[in-house]
Design a protein around this ligand. Structure first.
Ligand code: DC
Length: 227
């Protein structure tokens, strides 16, 4: 039996990956894997369990038995051990911890099977850093979204201010560049496009334009979907 098709959307934060992946999954009726949410939840779990980042084996053990539930309190909600952490994982601390646990090889292997389990009919849209390179190298459609660091920091700034959260643009830019650097130079699953990925620069595009371009690519590569 043929495996369900996969569309991977990778790239640094602030490129609109998450929103694009969600919109594309909705349009196609596909399942969605927000792998960043897994890393974020693991990061928050590490904090809550008081585990030091210098303890990779303990972090991997925690990752294996992590009780995560998506969607219980609404489509974007995430529960950890039955407690809603949807807000906590989206804070700057959540971003920072996700990037830190994401650079631990043992933690990445521990989360691999969980990610593979998201593949189901009629198909999956997976967003993250290494979806097209490591987790689903056999994906039919691979997209890598980019945008300038300044534009990405601006987007994050507007998002936070829109939620009534105080933010300083230059601090956001610095933190984002630090995380990009950490995600890109790590030896395991670094942030980089798969060789067969289509790179899409979103700096001058709005969300609707990015979604349209992705849908055009998908219909070219998965003609059987009759879009
Ligand atoms: O996609 P995001 O911004 O929610 O991801 C947050 C952090 O999680 C990111 O800085 C690196 C890590 N991450 C990862 O290492 N691998 C993934 N597939 C997804 C996220």
């Amino acid at each position: 039996m043929q495996k369900p098709p996969i569309i991977t959307i990778d790239g640094p934060s602030g490129t609109g990956k998450g929103s694009v992946a969600k919109a594309v999954a909705d349009r196609l009726g596909f399942a969605l894997l927000d792998s960043g949410a897994l890393y974020r939840t693991l990061g928050i779990a590490v904090l809550r369990h008081g585990i030091a980042l210098e303890e990779p084996q303990l972090i991997a053990d925690l990752a294996l038995k992590l009780d995560i539930e998506f969607g219980r309190n609404g489509p974007d909600s995430v529960c950890l051990d039955g407690v809603d952490v949807s807000q906590a994982i989206r804070t700057e601390q959540g971003s920072d911890m996700a990037s830190r646990v994401g650079s631990i090889a043992l933690a990445r292997s521990a989360l691999l099977q969980r990610q593979l389990n998201f593949r189901r009919p009629p198909g999956l849209v997976a967003d993250g850093r290494d979806m097209g390179t490591v987790v689903f190298p056999d994906a039919q459609v691979k997209i890598f979204l980019t945008a300038s660091a300044e534009e990405r920091a601006q987007r994050r700034y507007k998002q936070l201010i829109g939620k009534g959260i105080d933010a300083i643009l230059l601090d956001l830019l610095r933190d984002l560049q630090e995380r990009d650097e950490r995600d890109s130079i790590r030896p395991i699953s670094p942030l980089k496009p798969a060789e067969d990925a289509t790179i899409l620069d979103t700096t001058k595009l709005d969300l609707a334009q990015v979604i349209e371009q992705v849908m055009t690519l998908v219909s070219g590569k998965l003609p059987g979907l009759n879009l």
